[in-house]
Design a protein around this ligand. Structure first.
Ligand code: GAR
Length: 210
């Protein structure tokens, strides 16, 4: 935590996730030891059986679970989510393995306050299976990206990336595991910068105050 944020109210976060939630866990642990001035207020999840919900329970964090199939459109469920986020005063949305496209209903009110972690060095290998795409392409470097979310698929302004060497004997599993470990460092670091008010956005250019 920087000196600037000492005493400042913690940034209220909603984590969006669809699966295991290991990034949620890494972020929640960092927050609990006091190294990020934030509070995860809510976990939003589109899969009632996702393991992230067990993890949220263990941290005593509220969950908002919805079934997309029960809605006529993405916009319909996003409208309800936005209502919940606004009622709670959420200041930052962190997408960590949230496997759904988003619409303007969510992007407009939260642009610049919504980030995503992706397991590839964007703009290479957006969309599904970023790690598998990098292996199949024969990339020599790979790694995670944290970026602001816009309406496209992994197209928003890049905040931070970590480059890792791809080894000759790497499989999707071995490379994927190293990338995930890098994500556990990178995502909380970026959330900490945002919580400390150090990140500014001008067009596509993101600047971190040091
Ligand atoms: C993470 O590795 C994240 O980069 C990826 O899903 C994983 C979720 O793992 N996200 C995407 O591929 C988004 N395009 P987790 O549920 O254990 O945090």
């Amino acid at each position: 935590m920087s000196q600037a944020s000492e005493g400042a109210a913690p940034l209220k976060i909603a984590v969006f996730a669809s699966g295991s939630g290991s990034n949620f866990q890494a972020l929640a642990e960092r927050i609990n030891v006091g190294s990020v001035n934030a509070k995860i207020d809510l976990v939003v999840c589109d899969k009632p059986s996702a393991y992230v919900l067990e993890r949220a329970k263990a941290f005593k964090i509220d969950t908002y679970v919805f079934s997309p199939k029960q809605y006529a459109s993405r916009e319909d469920y996003e409208r309800e989510i936005v209502e919940e986020l606004q009622a709670r005063g959420i200041g930052l949305i962190v997408m960590a393995g949230y496997m759904r496209l988003v619409t303007n209903v969510l992007v407009e009110p939260y642009y610049g306050r919504m980030i995503n972690v992706h397991p590839a060095l964007l703009p290479a290998f957006p969309g599904m299976d970023g790690v598998g795409q990098a292996i199949a392409y024969g990339a020599k470097v790979a790694g995670p990206t944290v970026h602001f979310v816009d309406g496209g698929t992994d197209t928003g302004p890049i905040i931070a990336q970590r480059a890792l060497e791809v080894r000759e004997d790497d499989t999707k599993e071995t490379l994927g595991a190293r990338i995930q470990h890098a994500e556990y460092e990178l995502l909380p670091e970026v959330v900490g910068w945002i919580a400390d008010g150090r990140v500014s956005l001008d067009g596509r250019k993101v600047t971190i105050k040091h």
